[in-house]
Design a protein around this ligand. Structure first.
Ligand code: GLC
Length: 822
């Protein structure tokens, strides 16, 4: 058998498993033709190939080169992606060199070598000329339709793939939300946004598509963002130990190559390209409680009352689908919530905000009905104005034959908006005035894969056409971007209609770039220990993929938990950006008090600690907004040179200061903790440990092992029951000196609510401490930014084991101060 026929046979057998990712190899695909000529412009080099294909390399930054390939035709003029936030880059310095074998594009950091025959692309470090990543075979496409029978919609595109050499010791990270471990080496994945309740490790695909990964070998990293919204495939040495390949069922072979070697640099660039998270309101860091569903309003009030009476902090209550009149979005059920404005006001007075769920399904209500007459002021004739307006303006999705597409979701027969139309997005966004007028503080987007009870694979939606910038494309291309555009419409609507407040949006499904519009949670998890353990690699991978504001249903969504699981869940959740307890319709109740006082007391302790840590958490969150570095991190992001962290997904860090090693199994009260090199302080006792080793620690139910990196300073405020409950007049900075006696931090503050931070209304101070002949010298830097949080007292203490710390304080007035602590 020659090289071409053998793999075909293998493919045919294996494709019986129905997905392309299970293919043994992709060598049967047709390879792109050799380079016959090339053309240079200010930032691009376009290669024309023997088979009429074209490949274009665009230099965007010294460490960022885009590759665009189309097969058997010229690169089209139209070039659009919903994921990209930054299109115009200042062309960096670059040069081109050619010889008989290849053409080399060189920037200050990166060399892209394009071999003419066969066409192979290799990326090298411009300084050392060391190979970072190279094609294992030429880019390829399914000319002969070998994979057609396995494609979602063979009429919508041709399967394309790029294959890279797999390093012997190469690790893979990212891909956003996958029910998988941190290091994705030897695994394969599919991206096809799917409603997958009760998923467990290995279930794939689930809700989101973030086709971005980071490769790491011998401490050096690179990144690849395959910006293609069709059903896509990533195989990191799963089907062959020779290659890591990625492909999609249509579109262009369009990817961005990021040079490291530092992951932080890659992540910074990736979030420059696809956008960074705007700051949510500070109360979004508060504790949140949800249930499918709290109603009527007296039940919500009861929950809030319990929280307050039990002295448990609470900032947000979520209203799930039953607040609506028969699941009609943009309505309240008039019996359950007779006066929503008065209701939200009453909660607001107790420091509690309301977030309502808004699903994409608009109830299909074509005929006259008087059912809603008294419920919807804007529909005096009893019509459902959302359906009427959407239909009249032709904003709903239609099938190729022009018929309205009618999926079945919570309201029964429904319609979905074509969010690729900009006027439809604006209309949808403006509909949210209904919620704003009723005092709703944030919006929760769910079911936006989009889920359709008729067929969760998307089959029922195959011929649904989206406007798509006038290209009129079908579901194969648009499924994965549906949630991104719905979240965008929501975010922009909130921003437009309440411009003095920061929008707060939560989403289940997503595509790359979602962080510009929405925070996320990882969907319908089980109330099991396995699901809790999976939280860690999932949050860490999301953070490595640009999504910084993440969380899961604390205690798990499906099934019956218990007090121990709930406590251990809170010991993770109290430090995740999104801290929300949520439970399904028929699940056993799991508010913090449901399993008895011993558990409730521990949960209270951690929720209170979260609120005390808010100055630290908010400062860390602002770093995510400004740089793209996640708050919830894998250790390998902070310790990229330490191989012991490459596979570590049962510990995490918050920013670069706090290391947490939660208990993720029942009946366990001790565990091993790996501490990277350096010195670490036990958060609870201040006892010092030398890093670069594994230690064994006690972790009785009331304790989650936490360590502070020597060299850090942690700012803390008072415990509170909701953000803004107390005027913060004192902040405490605990100094954890390193081996040289130094430590530093920053403190970021703003009004926590308005978008004014974007125009400089914030205060950032840096604090440095170092050991002096006697005691410590502490330098409080002059404030940066125009925000004045009012004068506060800053109290400093030095972490020390079995000693009472010395305390010294100064007035935090924005001016520089030097003080001594003896
Ligand atoms: C979906 C959501 C879940 C919600 C339920 C009812 O399953 O993921 O959080 O409670 O729908 O709206």
């Amino acid at each position: 058998m020659n090289n071409l026929t053998k793999p075909v046979a293998v493919l045919m057998v294996l494709f019986g498993q129905s997905v392309i990712a299970s293919a043994q190899d992709i060598t049967a695909l047709t390879r792109i033709g050799d380079v016959v000529s090339f053309q240079e412009s200010t930032k691009t080099v376009t290669f024309s190939c023997a088979d009429s294909s074209q490949v274009q390399l665009t230099v965007l930054a010294p460490d960022l080169i885009r590759v665009r390939a189309v097969f058997t035709k010229a690169i089209p003029a139209i070039d659009h992606s919903w994921a990209i936030a930054k299109e115009n880059w200042d062309v960096p310095r670059w040069s081109l060199r050619e010889d008989q074998q290849s053409i080399t594009i060189t920037t200050d950091e990166l060399e892209a070598v394009v071999r003419r025959s066969p066409l192979l692309i290799e990326f090298r470090d411009a300084r050392t000329h060391q190979v970072i990543n190279s094609d294992e075979q030429p880019m390829a496409y399914d000319k002969n339709g070998l994979l057609k029978s396995r494609m979602f919609d063979p009429s919508a595109g041709v399967f394309i793939a790029a294959s890279k050499k797999l390093g012997f010791d190469e690790h893979f990270y990212g891909l956003g939300e996958k029910a998988a471990r941190l290091d994705k080496r030897r695994s394969a994945f599919i991206n096809w946004n799917s409603d997958t309740p009760g998923y467990a490790e290995g279930k794939d695909p689930i809700y989101q598509t973030i086709p971005f990964f980071i490769g790491l070998e011998k401490g050096n990293a690179y990144g690849i963002f395959f910006d293609n919204s069709y059903r896509s495939y990533f195989d990191f040495g799963h089907s062959s130990q020779r290659r890591a390949w990625f492909g999609a069922e249509g579109g262009e072979l369009n990817y961005y190559f990021f040079n490291g070697p530092h992951i932080k640099q890659i992540l910074g660039r990736y979030t420059e390209l696809t956008g960074r998270m705007p700051l949510p309101p500070m109360w979004a860091l508060g504790n949140q409680q949800s249930r499918w569903s709290y109603y009527p309003e007296s039940m919500v009030e009861e929950v809030v009352k319990e929280y307050r009476e039990r002295d448990l902090p609470l900032d947000v209550i979520h209203l799930d689908i039953d607040y609506m009149k028969n699941y009609r979005v943009f309505t309240f059920d008039g019996e359950r919530f007779p006066d929503p404005r008065a209701f939200t006001k009453q909660l607001e007075q107790q420091g509690v905000k309301v977030v309502t769920i808004v699903d994409p399904g608009v109830k299909y209500q074509p005929k006259k009905s008087t059912e809603l007459q008294t419920q919807i002021p804007r529909s005096p004739d009893g019509r459902y104005y959302v359906f009427d307006e959407g239909l009249e303006k032709n904003y709903f999705q239609r099938r190729a034959n022009g018929a309205l597409f009618i999926p079945h979701v919570w309201p029964g027969e429904s319609a979905f908006v074509d969010y690729t139309k900009s006027d439809a997005r604006k209309w949808w966004g403006d509909l949210h005035r209904f919620y704003l007028d009723n005092g709703v503080a944030g919006i929760w987007n769910d079911m936006n894969e989009p889920s359709d009870f008729v067929d969760q694979t998307g089959g029922n939606q195959r011929d649904v056409v989206s406007y798509d910038e006038g290209q009129k494309t079908t579901h194969a291309k648009n499924r994965n971007i549906f949630a991104l555009l719905m979240a965008r419409a929501t975010y922009e609507g909130l921003e437009r209609n309440r411009s003095d407040r920061r929008p707060y949006v939560i989403t289940r499904a997503a595509y790359a770039g979602i962080q510009r519009y929405s925070t996320m949670w990882i969907g319908d998890t089980n109330s099991t220990w396995e699901a809790l353990a999976l939280n860690l690699p999932m949050f860490m991978s999301l953070g490595l993929s640009g999504e910084a504001f993440v969380g899961s249903d604390i205690g798990g969504f499906i099934g019956r938990g218990n007090g121990e699981l709930l406590v251990r869940s809170y010991q993770v959740g109290f430090l995740t950006p999104f801290c929300r307890n949520h439970k399904e319709l028929s699940g056993y109740d799991q508010e913090p008090w449901r399993f008895g006082k011993p558990y409730e007391d521990i949960i209270r302790k951690y929720l209170k600690l979260r609120y005390s840590l808010l100055p630290f958490l908010y400062t860390t969150l602002e770093e995510s907004h400004r740089t793209g570095m996640p708050m919830f991190r894998p250790l390998m992001l902070n310790y990229q040179d330490d191989e012991s962290t490459y596979n570590l997904d049962n510990e995490f860090m918050i920013g670069d200061a706090l290391l947490v090693a939660p208990i993720l199994k029942p009946d366990l009260t001790r565990r091993l903790v790996y501490l990277p090199k350096g010195t670490w302080y036990d958060y609870w006792t201040n006892k010092k440990f030398t890093g670069g080793q594994m230690i064994e620690v006690d972790a009785p139910l009331e304790k989650v092992p936490m360590f502070v990196r020597a060299g850090a300073i942690i700012p803390m405020g008072p415990a509170m029951n909701y953000v803004g409950e107390k005027q913060i007049d004192k902040l405490t900075f605990t100094i954890y000196p390193d081996e040289t006696g130094s430590a530093e931090t920053q403190l970021y503050e703003d009004d926590g609510l308005s978008p004014n931070y974007k125009t400089g209304a914030y205060r950032r101070i840096s604090i440095k401490a170092h050991k002096a002949a006697q005691g410590f010298v502490i330098d409080v830097g002059a404030a940066e930014g125009t925000f004045d949080p009012g004068t506060k007292s800053y109290e400093f203490l030095i972490a020390s084991y079995e000693h009472t710390s010395n305390v010294v304080s100064v007035i935090g007035d924005g001016k520089a101060h030097r003080l001594e602590l003896k």
